[in-house]
Design a binder for this molecule. Sequence first.
Ligand code: UN1
Length: 511
Amino acid sequence: MVTTVSRTDDVRARAEAALARSGVELGAVKGDALAARTPITGAELFGLRADTVEGVDRAVEAAHAAFLGWRSVPAPVRGALVKRFGELLGEHKEHLADLVTVEAGKIRSEALGEVQEMIDICDFAVGLSRQLYGRTMPSERPGHRLMETWHPLGVVGVISAFNFPVAVWAWNAAVALVCGDTVVWKPSELTPLTALACTALLDRAIAETGAPAHLNQIVLGGAEIGERLVDSPLVPLVSATGSTRMGRAVGPRVAARFGRSILELGGNNAAVVTPSADLDLTVNAAVFAAAGTAGQRCTTLRRLIVHDDVADAVVERLTAAYGRLPIGDPFQESTLVGPLVSEASYARMRSALDRAVEEGGTLCAGGERQLAEAAPGGYYVRPALVRMPAQTAVVREETFAPILYVLTYRDLDEAIRLHNDVPQGLSSGIFTADQREAERFLAVDGADCGIVNVNIGTSGAEIGGAFGGEKETGGGRESGSDAWRAYMRRATNTVNYSGRVALAQGVDFSQ
Ligand code: UN1
C-alpha cells in the first residue's frame, strides 16, 4: 500500500514545466487574483491573474470581430486549423495530462484519456468540416427549389467544470470552430492551468495556419465572470457544464435575451443488474463507473438497481473489489482512485453518507478518509458502497463523490420505475444476457436518459455519439452525431426559377 504523496514543490515544478512546454508564458499569467491549487496535497501552487468583467466584454468583442471574418472562411479550411490543433494536442499529450492530474487529481490513464478525448473530437470535427449537410425537400410548387443552409452562429460562450477541465471545452470548441463560430471560454476556477495550456496550443495552431487571431479567448475568474459571459448579447450560444444549480441560473438568463443554451448538468446515473447478468463483467464495469475519477464524473454510476436473486452476490463482490482499490497520489502508476477535488467535496460526501445511514442504509464498504497524515490538505477517500432499503431522499440527489447506492428489485418494470424516479436523466445501463430485457430497457418506456447502455457502465462515453441528458441534466447535446447543429443557424431557402409567382397552399392573390 502506498502511504506517501508527491510534495507540493514537485507538483508545482511539474506544472510549471508542463505549462512552459505547452507554450504558456508563466510571467504573463501569474498574478495574485486567483489561486492555482492541486488536490494532490490541497496546496496552492501559485497565483494567477484573473479577468475583470470589462475584460470579458473585451474578449467577447474580439471573438465577435474574429467571427465576422471566420464565418466566411470555407468550412474545410476551418477544418485545417482544427486538424493542426489536434496534432499539437497529440504532441503535447503528456504535458496536458500532467496538468490534468495536477489540477483535477485524475490518475495517469484517465488524464491521458481526457487528452485523447480532445484529439478524437478534433478528428471528428475535421471530418465534419466537409459534412455540414443541409437537406433539400421537394417543393409543392412547380419551378421551385426548397432547401436549407447551415450558417455560422457567432460567439459561443463555453463554461466548463473542473472534472473534465479540457475535454468538454474541446467538444465545444472543435465543433464550434469548424462550424464557423468563435469561442470565449470560462474554465472552472479550480482548473485554470490546463485551460491556459490548451489555449496556448490553439493559439499556436491559429498562427501556423493563418487563421484570424482571437478565435478562442479565455477568461479566468469567478462567478461574476461567467455571469457577464452569460448575459452578453454578442454571445448567441452558451454551452455550460456543471451543477444543476448553475444550470438553473444560466438557462433562464440566456433565454431572457433569446440566446440559446446547451446545458450539461448533474446526473444521478443508475444501472440495472438482472439475474442473467455476467457478474464478473458487471462488477468490473460498475467499479470503474462508480469509483473511477473518484466518483467525480457527471456520468459516474451512483445507483445500482440489482435483482433480489443476485443482490447478495453483487454486493459481496463489490465490497471485496472496493476494499482492494488502490487509493492515493494520482501520479503513482498503481493508483486507481485519486483525491477528491476539495475539502468541501469531502464534507458533502460525509454528510451524504450520514444521511444515507439515517435513512436506513448500511455502509458495506468505504467512506473513510485516507492518507490524512501524508497529505493533511488532500482529501483521499475510500469509495463507499451503501445498501439502501429504498430510493430515499439522499439517493435521489447527486453527491459529486464516490458513493454507490445499491437498491434491489423483483421485476423489471419496478427496476425501470426506480431507475427513472430521480430528477436527473443523464446516463444509464442495464447488465443482462436476456435480449428482451435489454430491448425493454432501451425502449420508449424504458430508461429516460440521454445515454442508455447495455452491458456497459454509465461513464466513459465515446465522442462519436451525442452527449447529454434529460430532465434536470438540462437537455443539451454536445460532441458527436448531429450535435453540431446547435452551433449553427439554419436558413430555409425557397428559390423560384419558374418565371411566375406561385403561392404555397394554393393561395390565389392574382391582381
Ligand atoms: C463529464 O463528466 O462532464 O462519458 C463528462 C464520460 C466522459 C465525459 C464525461 N466521456 O464519462
